[in-house]
Design a protein around this ligand. Structure first.
Ligand code: ADP
Length: 313
């Protein structure tokens, strides 16, 4: 209605799993660029979910933080499509930087800068009772000034059920914590902290740490890479609806030496932070606040200034 006519859609920027993204601008100011994300909602979902989705998305308009993508407006277009007017971020995302191993070099100081921005974003969400639930390098967009911005809030949850066979192939599971893979019904901010830990690991390795190809394979890779969930390290885990016993290859939790051998470039204190984010038992995992209070931020090297961070060429 009114909001709709405030914006003009220009060319298509890209297409994701559940949205088409356009470049747009304010009707009365062609120089004010925005990204307009048109959510594809199939008819099956439209009636039941769109009101909830709109309510949630509206709430996100109030989350204002330098490391969270700004959502300027929400409107519906013809066929009741939901349109999100977002801050335009033309420099790509963290996944592009991680994968560009020929063109982009970075070290611990850059990893620390990116992790700091991600940590502050997640802390701010949790302070405001918002869980992201889909943190991954591809959802970390980069601003013109080098600022990392967390994007794609709650949408995966609102618009697709991850347990539907159709969508389980398209939603990446590599950042999903063991409690979700085992079907826990009640979960907390710890789910996001696990994903942040996986992003940390991937920034160091420059490839995904545990890239499972099915949910069961994902759990196997977590057993191998992080440790095997068991009553000893995670009381109650065997009662989760999706608990799978991996006793034959049981390793318990991986020890510090193993993490140092793979992630040693982060330094011993960085390894300590990574291990506390990847605790198998969500109750033992550190909180977003504890991430920000960690000693790692005060030891050398200092994080790179955001304007000096590497950018997509
Ligand atoms: P995906 O998460 O699969 O990349 P999205 O629907 O989030 O899909 O986005 C599709 C494409 O649109 C992205 O790859 C990116 O090129 C572009 N895009 C998304 N959001 C923005 C934005 N805020 N500013 C500029 N480009 C964007």
């Amino acid at each position: 209605e009114e909001t709709r006519s405030k914006y003009v859609k220009d060319k298509k920027l890209g297409e994701g799993t559940y949205a088409i993204v356009y470049l747009g601008h304010l009707s009365r100011d062609p120089s004010s660029l925005v990204a307009i994300k048109k959510i594809k909602i199939n008819t099956e979902f439209r009636d039941g979910l769109s009101m909830d989705a709109i309510r949630e998305v509206k709430y996100l308009q109030e989350l204002s933080h330098p490391n969270i993508i700004a959502l300027d407006a929400v409107f519906s277009s013809k066929n009741q499509n939901l349109n999100l007017v977002l801050e335009y971020l033309p420099l790509g995302d963290l996944e592009m930087l991680i994968r560009d191993t020929n063109g982009i070099q970075y070290g611990t100081a850059e990893v620390k800068a990116w992790m700091g921005m991600l940590g502050r974003a997640v802390w701010f969400c949790h302070e405001n009772f918002v869980l992201h639930r889909d943190i991954k390098p591809n959802n970390l967009l980069i601003g013109a000034d080098g600022e990392v911005k967390l994007a794609d809030f709650g949408l995966a949850r609102s618009f697709s059920d991850p347990y539907r066979p159709m969508t389980c192939q398209v939603i990446t599971r590599w950042y999903r914590p063991p409690e979700l893979l085992m079907g826990a019904r009640f979960y907390s901010g710890a789910v996001d902290v696990w994903s942040v830990g996986m992003v940390f690991a991937e920034l160091i390795l420059r490839s995904p740490f545990v890239p499972g190809s099915t949910d069961v394979h994902q759990l196997e890779m977590i057993c191998e890479g992080v440790g095997t969930p068991a009553e000893t390290n995670w009381p109650g885990v065997t009662s989760l609806p999706g608990y799978v016993s991996f006793d034959k290859r049981s390793l318990g939790a991986r020890d510090r030496n193993y993490f140092v051998s793979r992630f040693g470039t982060a330094g011993p204190i960085g390894v300590d932070l990574l291990m506390s984010m990847l605790a198998l038992d969500p109750r033992k995992r550190c909180t977003a606040r504890q991430v920000l209070e960690h000693k790692w931020w005060s030891v050398e090297p200092q994080p790179t200034d955001k304007q000096d961070l590497p950018k997509k060429g």
